[in-house]
Design a protein around this ligand. Structure first.
Ligand SMILES: Cc1cc2nc3c(=O)[nH]c(=O)nc-3n(C[C@H](O)[C@H](O)[C@H](O)COP(=O)(O)OP(=O)(O)OC[C@H]3O[C@@H](n4cnc5c(N)ncnc54)[C@H](O)[C@@H]3O)c2cc1C
Length: 403
């Protein structure tokens, strides 16, 4: 375990080798790492404290190929798949979870399109999304929770000539703006009120009948342009439909494992950043930090295990035309562990940094607020535990501490 390197390092940037993606040689990931160091790191406080949306950086990450793993070469991608998507997200999340989350939003939207049968949307939108020219979100939290019978659908759609008319409100969707797009899924009911299935659609935020409302302030992730989405008799043509109701169950099963797995990029990067904060504190306070429950070595060991499992599952999900449906349980368990380890690592970083970590400009308290997001964003810890239980399995324990 490379802890000793952490202990002898002199600066945080030197420390960033300790738990970083050992041996990553993907030039896109390397370029994003440099962008994060030079351009994102100086902006992190503005993103966190002033809710500054890092739009230029998100576009630059796209321009350097950071979203290309989410599409095939035929549509502007590089075919490197989820592993690259996760690694790019890790690079950003090690410094700033808001940016890491928006990379997830962008690439998740691209992936939903990639896995659809809609050739027109692929042709027209995918190259612009993966290049970062068009920014994109994913409003599938309510869709997933409702499909899993946790809450009621907030949108409803009815069939009309050539498309669907949608009504309702999604309260929080991130990475949005008047010229952005996002994917959501809404129930379609027949004349008798019976549920016919879900219509998954790509929504253009500038279209008639649709409105973005900025109505919430958050204690973390506030720079993510998280807005309410109001649909009022909003007509979405069939050309923008990614899955019709009759095929929506299969489509949801196809996108779900990869969507949830990719969120590990947020957790892995954040945990790595927390390990750095712990190691940094140990340079001066190791003699007393050693009495804390969680030590750098344990966090790094759990991180490396989670990272190896994540990459292996990424490759398996990409290789499966069904989107990795057969590996769903493993994905859910890993994602659960990712949220729990994020909170544990951020808690440990806070205790290591001590009073210094309580300063407004110190990263430790920000990392703690960000870590809770990994554990509450859909699928949240409680949602994951419920799904794992419904699959007939005991929920796994938080990754064990060294005795
Ligand atoms: C900063 C931030 C960014 C987010 N970005 C996105 C995004 O890009 N796309 C997306 O689909 N979701 C997004 N969400 C929503 C998120 O994924 C969860 O659905 C939401 O946090 C509620 O989950 P929960 O498990 O706590 O819900 P529950 O515990 O089931 O609900 C808690 C309470 O919140 C209410 N509630 C449930 N879901 C929502 C919701 N979505 N908005 C408002 N109130 C809700 C419920 O009615 C209930 O009263 C974001 C949330 C936050 C805090």
């Amino acid at each position: 375990m490379p802890v000793s390197a952490a202990v002898v390092s002199n600066t945080v940037s030197e420390l960033s080798g300790i738990a970083a993606q050992g041996g990553v040689a993907d030039p896109v990931v390397v370029a994003v790492r440099e962008l994060v160091r030079t351009r994102l790191a100086p902006k992190v406080l503005d993103v966190d404290l002033k809710a500054e949306y890092p739009e230029d950086l998100l576009r630059e990450i796209g321009a350097m190929g950071g979203y290309r793993g989410a599409a095939s070469p035929a549509h502007g991608g590089d075919g490197r798949g989820l592993r690259q998507v996760v690694q790019v997200m890790e690079e950003a999340s090690r410094e700033c979870l808001s940016t890491g989350f928006m990379i997830w939003c962008q690439t998740a939207c691209a992936r939903y399109i990639t896995l659809s049968d809609n050739a027109w949307v692929k042709e027209r939108y995918l190259p612009r999304i993966v290049s970062g020219e068009l920014l994109a979100g994913t409003g599938l939290s309510n869709t997933m929770k409702s499909a899993d019978t946790i809450e009621d659908y907030r949108l409803c759609a009815r069939r009309a000539e050539g498309g669907y008319v949608i009504n309702g409100v999604l309260p929080w969707v991130s990475n949005l703006g008047p010229d952005h797009v996002f994917v959501t899924g809404c129930p379609v009911r027949g004349a008798d009120g019976e549920l016919e299935g879900l219509a998954f659609v790509l929504v253009d935020c500038g279209q008639p009948g649709f409105r973005l409302v900025d109505c919430a302030r958050f204690i973390g992730l506030d720079g993510t342009r998280t807005l309410a989405c109001q649909f009022k008799e909003c007509f979405v043509p069939d050309a923008m439909v990614l899955a019709q109701p009759s095929r929506s169950a299969a489509y949801l099963a196809r996108i779900k494992p990869g969507m949830i797995l990719a969120q590990m990029g947020m957790g892995l990067g954040l945990i790595d950043g927390c390990a750095l904060l712990m190691a940094q504190s140990n340079r001066t306070h190791g003699h007393v930090n050693q009495y804390l429950d969680d030590q750098v070595g344990e966090v790094v060991e759990a991180l490396e295990q989670a990272r190896a499992t994540t990459y292996e599952l990424c490759d398996a999900v990409d290789a499966d035309p069904d989107g990795g449906a057969a590996r769903t349980l493993e994905v859910l368990k890993l994602r659960l562990a990712g949220g729990e380890l994020s909170v544990r690592a951020a808690h440990a970083a806070m205790l290591h940094q001590g009073a210094k970590g309580y300063l407004v400009r110190n990263a430790a308290q920000r990392r703690l607020r960000e870590a809770y997001f990994v554990a509450i964003v859909t699928p949240a810890t409680k949602h994951l535990r419920r799904e794992i239980a419904r699959m007939g399995c005991a929920t796994p324990a938080v990754p064990a501490r060294a005795a």
